[in-house]
Design a protein around this ligand. Sequence first.
Ligand code: PMP
Length: 342
Amino acid sequence: MWHDSILDTIGNTPLVRLNALASDLPCTVLAKVEFFNPGASVKDRIGLAMVDDAERKGLLKPGGTIIEGTSGNTGFGLALVAIARGYSCIFTTTDKQSQAKIDSLRALGAEVIVCPTAVAPEDPRSYYSVAKRLSEEIPNSFYPNQYDHPANAQAHYDSTGPELWEQTEGRITHFIAGAGTGGTISGTTRYLKEQNPAVKSIGVDPYGSVYYKYFHSGGEFDEAEIFPYLTEGVGEDILAGNMDFSLLDDYVRVTDKEAMQMTRRLAKEEGLFVGQSCGMAMAGALDWMRDHAGELTPEDVVVVLLPDNGFRYLAKTFNDDWMRQHGFLEAPRALTAGDVLV
Ligand code: PMP
């Protein structure tokens, strides 16, 4: 028994019940653990789907170059497909992404260009603009643009959604996830609501991102409320074409500190060694469930999607110095006159 290539191992990730963190809640809470994908994240699903689509449409030809702006995980997924199919990759990313992500992309043979985070999306230095410009300059190149490419949400409609429906035998009642491009939450929710319109879908956003604001205010908000934050891969400063708010029932938001601390608790209390956006999604999910505990019953099955793996954040969330430096971990208390040491 073997697979023809690593690409055949994408998808069919496990659902794992939370046993400690949600023990006060009346419902079943399950985690969809996406680090079981070969590139260790949910984004392998769209890397494959966008390249398949480009090959079908003749947009990507033998020997071609894939150019994409990525926080790291989509790049990893695209790089796996590029290796299996003989393409080169150039990725643009931002200086806030962990070094481990950049090094992993280079390990797969990709060229990585690091761009500043703190510039407007339309600034020629932004990672969106650099990817777009390179795709115009480099012949035989393909720029998937995961933000707007319909194959992104479609990949989740075709795989993540059906997996959740089958794995819960149609019992899933709530789906909770963070959003970057919005592909995961929009595609998965669209499939689930087609099976059962009563399924509720809740988005989780970091403070500083536009999505929570758009959902609750329809676009009327103060620009000062959009600011850089540390949680990687989720939230946006633009409205991605793959984000479909009409499918969502609620949106909650989480601070960087809550996200980082919950990421550590998932590892310590559930054995789920996952990334920052997983801690963010779970912190938001637990808040939402506690706020709605009166409506939840033992029949409810809530699925929280955990996008990636903890190894990518060893130098950040899982490093005490980094956590203290950002005020996410209280420094050990200084000794005072009243302390008794034995
Ligand atoms: N978490 C991480 C770590 C990611 O890299 C991404 C993708 N940027 C997401 C969550 C969000 O997924 P999506 O783009 O499908 O909304």
